[in-house]
Each structure stands twice: as C-alpha cells, then as structure tokens.
Design a protein around this ligand. Structure first.
Ligand code: BGC
Length: 515
C-alpha cells in the first residue's frame, strides 16, 4: 500500500523471515511509524468539519458563510452549500502539494534514508499545523495547508516503504492494511474533534486544525526514535549499522541470509538506472494499468463525497445538533471495523471476491439512496421522514462497510504487490500520485456535482461502481498468496488478456527475494 519511492532501491521487498521473529522492537517500530496513517486520516477527515464551522467560514469564506446562514434559515439548498471555488481550492491544495512532494520524497528516501524522510514529513506537518491553527488570513491558511500536503507526500512515500522493509513476509499484507486502518482511525478522531470544537466560539476551528499536532508530534518523535531500515542503511553503504539493526529487529544474531538478500537485492535494483522509463515497457503494462485504474476507481466509488455529505443527511434524521456526532461516530466506526474485516479476510478469501462482493453491495446501497432521495428531495423544508432517513443512514453504512473492506485498502495493496522488483518503487510513486490527483479532481468536481445533480450524484457513482466491478471481473487476476517475484509467471502469463504483454524469453530479474 502507498508508495515506496521512485527509485529502484525503494522497491526492495526483502524477505526477512527465515529466522526472523515478530519481536517487540519490531512491533514498537511499526506502531511508531504507522502513526503517519493517523496524520493522513486526520487531514482527510478534518477539512469537511472545519469548513462547516461558522466562525471559520465567516473569517475566511464570507460568501459561503452567507449561503449557510440562508440555509440555516430554511432558505437555500443543502446541496449547494459548499459550492465555492476558493473553498474547493482550500480543500484540494493539500492534495496538489502532496503530488509535487512525492517526487522530492522519492529522492530523499534514497539519499537521506527512510527515517530522515519521515522526520522531514513530521516537520512539514508541525509547521503546517502551527500555520493553520494560528492563521490570521487566507495566505497563512493556504500555506499551512500546502505544508500539510508536503508532509503527506513525504510521509506516504517513506512510511509504507519502511513498513514493508522491516516486516516479515508473513505479516506484510496485514501491515499494509494496518496503515489504512490508521487512516480510518485518523478520520474518526478528526470527526470527533470537529464535533467538540464546533461548539467552542469563536476559536473552535483553531482547536480543530491544531489537534492535528498530536499525530504530527507522534510521527516526528517516532521517526526520531526508530532506526532506519537495514535496506536503507546498506543502500547508503552503512553495512555495519544495517547489520546491527537487522539483528535487533529479527531478535537473532543469525542474520547472514537476510543480509545477503539485502545486498543482492541492492545490487540488482541498482542496475536499473531509469525505473520510470522501465515502467513504460510493454511487459510492465499490466501492473501500470492497475496502479492507475485502481486508484481512479477507488475515488470514483464516491467515498469522499459521501463521507462529506453524510452529516447533512443525518440532520434530516431529526438528530439536530448532535447529527454530526452521530454521523462521525457511526460512519467512522463502520469504516474502522470494516477495515479490520479486510485485514482478516484478504489472505483468506482473496482480493477479487472482496472487490466483486463489495461492488454489488455498493451498487445496491447507492441505487437505494438515489431512489429514496428522488422521492424526498432534501431541500428547504422538505425533510425526510424519520423512518426514511434511518433507511438512508443504514444504506450509507452498508456502502461504507463494503468500501472499507474492498476498495479502501485494496486500491493501495494490489498495486504494491503487482510490480516487479525493479519497478516497484516507481510504480508506487505513480500509485500515490494518481490517488492524490484523482482525490483532488473528484473532490473538486463532486461539490459542484452535488449542487447541480443533487441526489443524482449517487446515481453517477453507482454507474461507476458497475464499470469498476466489470473491470475487476474481467481483468483483475487473483494475487492472493502469490509471491511477488512470481507474479509475472503465475499471474500475468496465465491471464487471458494480460498474457499478450509478457514475453516468454524475458528473464525475471526479481528472483532475489525468497517467498
Ligand atoms: C482513500 C481516501 C479515503 C479513505 C476513507 C482511503 O483509502 O484513499 O481517499 O478518504 O480511504 O477511509
């Protein structure tokens, strides 16, 4: 899941499992490092809440504030509340900054190491949080948001790479999804903070933006405390240090075979001088297509639009001021718990089944929501009846649950396990860029779409769910339990469509890791 950098060395998925134990130091290291997921989740979950706070809107986005007042006085459309270009740019600037930062982070992960890249991310986060929480004008606010985006770019590049380099193969998949689990916990935390902060006038929004300091601080301290990965140390010629860390992580002095693998993998990966060019070769077409399409499809499920819009639906349940709290707790918990389902089942039932089942479930939920909202358009005084609104809430939960055990984690996991060793890092850079770009575009578009299509937006997303489910059915091969270095032989070559891209005479260069 997430990027492993734009350079061959970052692609190393060195297996450290011959003698390696799951040691306490390994677990502590991973827990510290995974706090970056909290930070990303907090950023994703935070902006929706802050941008609906009156004090915040009045200070920075007065036109949106006036519209909201009209809505509160039963005089405007709920769908068009947040349709403001500046507000959209505020939300999206984080993603744009993240895209640009990802490329710099590719460089730093290689030349400065994973650890230092995470420390850099932590400092970006802390600066962004301070600027945002202390913002006196739009300039400070936007700069803070851009810094946060840079933090996301650096952290999301280094952290998953770090986790996969220190994790034994047998728990690597689970660790990948653990990162997404942290993202969902971050979203939940942000929503809860928003709920409390919205009641504090006039500076609650500062508290809300400032609370991101907690995960930012945790990540920075964590990054300062952990050792760099053995792979990163060996890559930079610090072999003795690499050995020492390897012994510590594995809990044994017998690390010769792991060290040999790391050295060999380093050698092979360094032979590929231009991984991005290599990525464009015909035989790399299948994983490249998946990196791009899975990320675009993940956003076309409409998850972020739905997470954003749900509080309005909850208000119509008649929950009054507590609507957003219920929305945060219920949807946030469904998101977290269903991600746990994914961790449990992904290596048991496989990726395809999860995605296909979720496609059906998401389609039904979205169609139901469209039909119900078509009957009872939420506008002005036409509120939903209690029973109908409850039904819609159940459908939203059903939708979020299926997203959280399928497209949420698998949109990240599958690209990370289908690239060959020499292009894995470059491929992951593409993955994260496409994610940020499509999150950005769809976030921009969906607020306008919500305004113009109203409930039709759910129908729009349901159409895309059909497209992506058909795509999965015909084109996505099962990668469960297939060692990464055998993907080409065991997966692409056997697939009715992708086999035409793989040459028989191509010697796999990636046999340096053991399954
Ligand atoms: C997506 C985010 C989304 C989150 C929801 C992630 O996998 O990339 O865009 O907000 O899941 O849990």
């Amino acid at each position: 899941m997430w990027p492993r950098g734009g350079y061959p060395m970052e692609a190393l998925e060195v297996s450290m499992d011959s003698e390696a134990k799951i040691t306490p130091i390994l677990i502590i290291t991973c827990v510290l490092v995974a706090t970056a997921g909290l930070m990303f989740g907090y950023d994703v979950g935070n902006s929706g809440g802050v941008t609906s706070m009156d004090d915040f809107l009045e200070k920075f986005f007065p036109s949106v504030f006036r519209r909201k007042l009209m809505y509160d006085n039963d005089n405007g459309s709920a769908y068009c509340l947040f349709n403001s270009e500046t507000l959209q740019v505020f939300t999206s600037s984080l993603y744009l900054a993240g895209i640009i930062a990802t490329f710099f982070a590719s460089y730093t992960t290689r030349h400065l190491g994973r650890k230092l890249t995470m420390v850099v991310a932590g400092f970006f986060f802390i600066s962004g949080v301070v600027l945002g929480a202390a913002a006196q004008n739009l300039g400070m606010l936007f700069t803070g948001r851009i810094f946060l985006g840079c933090g996301v770019g650096f952290a999301n590049q280094a952290v998953p790479l770090f986790l996969s380099e220190v994790a034994p193969t047998k728990i690597r998949g689970g660790l990948n999804i653990l990162f997404q689990l942290n993202v969902t916990v971050g979203i939940l935390f942000a929503n809860l903070v928003n709920y409390g902060a919205a009641k504090i006038h006039p500076w609650g929004w500062r508290l809300s933006l400032g609370s991101a300091g907690i995960p930012a601080f945790l990540l920075t301290i964590g990054a300062l405390l952990v050792d760099d990965t053995p792979t990163s140390l060996v890559e930079r010629g610090r072999i003795e240090e690499g050995k020492a860390v390897l012994k510590k992580l594995c809990g044994t002095d017998n690390i010769e075979s792991e060290l040999k693998e790391i050295m060999e993998a380093t050698r092979v990966a360094q032979q590929v001088k231009r991984p991005f060019r290599e990525l464009l070769q015909r035989h790399n077409r299948p994983p490249l297509v998946f990196a791009i399409f899975l990320q675009i499809f993940q956003q076309l499920t409409g998850i972020n639009a739905i997470l954003f819009y749900s509080p309005v639906l909850f208000i119509s349940l008649g929950l009054g001021n507590d609507a957003s709290l219920y929305s945060a707790v219920i949807l946030g918990s469904v998101n977290v718990l269903s991600t746990l389902v994914s961790i449990y089942s992904v290596d048991r039932v496989g990726r395809r089944l999860l995605l296909l089942e979720a496609g059906v479930q998401m389609f039904i939920s979205l169609v139901m929501i469209t039909v119900v909202l078509h009957w009872h358009v939420i506008d002005n005084s036409e509120d939903l009846s209690h029973g109908t609104a409850l039904f819609v809430v159940v459908m939203i939960c059903t939708y979020i649950a299926s997203f959280a055990w399928s497209w949420g984690p698998l949109g990240w996991l599958i690209p990370s396990e289908t690239f060959q060793l020499e292009t894995r890092s470059a491929g992951q850079s593409v993955t994260v860029c496409v994610n940020l770009l499509s999150t950005f575009s769809i976030a921009q578009a969906s607020l306008s779409m919500l305004c113009h299509l109203q409930y039709g937006i759910f129908a729009f997303f349901s159409g895309w769910v059909v497209v992506m489910t058909v795509f999965v059915y015909f084109f996505l091969p099962e990668t469960e339990n297939v060692p990464i270095e055998e993907i080409s032989e065991k997966v692409w070559k056997k697939h009715w469509f992708w086999k035409r891209f793989i040459d028989d005479d191509r010697i796999p260069k990636t046999s340096v890791t053991s399954a």
